[in-house]
Write a protein that binds this ligand. Structure first.
Ligand code: SAH
Ligand code: SF4
Ligand code: F3S
Length: 453
């Protein structure tokens, strides 16, 4: 029998979207409240956990690369415990179990709250010298999914708050509904309690998270119908006094209601910035993507939004090279991008995902063509992003200060505008967590620089 290992220090590496980063905060909180410690260094960790993403092949390749490094670490230190979880682990658990036998545990997207048990089990099995990879990628009940309270928030000023999980949309290219299951909404009172707690800890800003926040309220985690929409939820949240800014991601255009536009335009607290993925400018491609709206609908929606909320900052996602996308379709996307002029756009090359409807479509495009289109679109959007950024030059903006500038310039601090632009300025430590007025003196496409007024 080996001696008790006393596993203490946990290192978590996170990939993917804010949802995954938020779940890492939840997992970290769980470990901390169970007597574990967190570490930023892989070298001193007793346990290394990868919280993974499988949205595109590039995301998966990053994880696979990291696994190679972990395998070597394990060779040097057989006591090290290595686990992989999240979306990629959920989607490819059989492969991982077979090919990566140095992994101690593989967990899915439903059971992050059981991780402490898993680590304890591994510790016990090691003491008994009875060792096998733990595979736990099962589907657990909806009402377990939000049962956490001690969250280790990374940022002391702005906090992520999940309001739903899963997705029912089944866009034909997307793996999310397969790895995160059906859409469920978190009970409103639990969301309100969490945010009231944040407000009493002096948080000023919250970011509500969901794959499609606009359809909040369709099916609740405990099966009860609370008869509340996303706009209705926002109306409750703006009553929480000390929370000054509310953001949310992501919005699906098909579910963006007039009620939501009204709340956004009438409440000062709701940031005037919207991430509204369009995916393509061609109705034919949108149809094949199963997005459930047309180009005309999207363009009209943008017009309506800008009429009602004139200072709205818009961001979007676009996929180029979807199966069957013609040169004409691609031109329509270029036209839309030029017409709408998003402040920011995340542009992706279509990546075929195992088990999705689009995987089986004919006319998959060659990588060279997908890349060519991506680069062409990037060049156009980069110019727009830069030009839209230059518009801030000479203006005065209100910035919520989040912390020291990451590049660690002395006295340099960073925060965000209401429109979600990053601003760097010379300030002092006491600015953190407060709103300051800044005059913008220099711009780069993604960052503004200015002076405190
Ligand atoms: N739920 C969000 C987006 C989640 S994924 C929404 O519906 O808006 C983030 C972005 O990744 C998507 O908006 C899409 O642009 C991109 N994406 C998803 N699947 C992809 C794939 N198979 N290939 C390339 N990009 C993809
Ligand atoms: Fe994926 Fe579509 Fe759901 Fe977004 S709405 S997560 S793109 S299936
Ligand atoms: Fe990736 Fe899962 Fe998010 S696939 S984008 S981490 S929901």
């Amino acid at each position: 029998m080996k001696s008790q290992l006393a596993i203490k220090k946990i290192y978590i590496k996170t990939y993917g979207c804010q949802m995954n980063f938020s779940e890492t905060e939840i997992i970290s909180g769980l470990f901390l409240s169970n007597g574990f410690e967190l570490t930023d260094s892989m070298d001193t960790a007793d346990v290394i956990i990868l919280n993974t993403c499988s949205i595109r092949d590039t995301a998966v390749n990053k994880v696979i690369g990291k696994l190679g490094q972990l395998k070597r670490l394990k060779k040097d230190n057989p006591d090290l415990i290595i686990g992989i979880g999240g979306c990629y682990a959920q989607s490819d658990s059989d492969f991982l179990k077979k090919k990566a036998n140095y992994l101690d545990f593989i967990f899915g997207t439903y059971n992050k709250l059981r991780l402490v048990d898993i680590i304890n089990k591994i510790e016990e099995s090691r003491v008994l010298d009875d060792y096998e990879t733990i595979l736990d990628v099962g589907v657990y009940p909806d009402n377990e999914q939000f049962q956490y309270k001690d969250i280790a928030y990374k940022n002391p000023v702005t906090a992520w708050v999940p309001i739903m999980r899963g997705c029912d949309n089944y866009c034909s290219y997307c793996i999310v509904p397969y790895v995160r299951g059906h859409e469920i909404s978190r009970i409103p009172s639990e969301i309100i309690t969490q945010i009231e707690g944040l407000s009493s800890q002096n948080y000023k800003e919250i970011v509500l998270l969901g794959q499609n926040v606009n359809s909040y309220g369709k099916r609740f985690a405990d099966g009860i119908d609370y008869k509340i929409t996303f706009a209705g939820l926002l109306k409750e949240l703006i009553k929480i006094d000390k929370i000054k800014r509310i953001r949310f991601i992501t919005s699906h255009p098909k579910d963006l209601t007039d009620e939501l536009i009204d709340v956004m335009s009438s409440s000062e607290k709701i940031c005037k910035s919207l991430h509204l993925p369009v995916q393509s400018g061609s109705t034919n491609v949108l149809k094949a993507m199963k997005r459930q709206y047309s180009r005309e609908y999207y363009v009209e929606l943008i017009k309506k939004l800008r009429d009602k909320i004139p200072d709205l900052a818009l961001a979007t996602d676009v996929i180029v090279g979807f199966p069957g996308e013609t040169e004409e379709d691609f031109q329509l996307t270029i036209d839309l991008i030029k017409a709408v002029r998003f402040e920011q756009a995340y542009l992706f090359r279509y990546s075929s995902r195992k088990g999705t409807a689009a995987e089986a479509l004919p006319d998959q495009l060659p990588e060279t063509l997908k890349k060519k289109r991506l680069w062409a679109l990037m060049e156009i959007q980069d110019k727009i992003t830069e030009e839209e950024s230059i518009k801030y030059l000479g203006t005065e903006v209100e910035v919520l200060v989040e912390g020291p500038d990451q590049k660690k310039n002395v006295n340099s601090f960073s925060g965000r505008t209401n429109s979600n632009k990053i601003v760097i300025f010379k300030g002092k430590k006491t600015d953190i967590g407060n709103f300051v007025r800044i005059k913008i003196t220099r711009t780069t496409p993604y960052t503004l620089f200015g002076e405190k007024l």
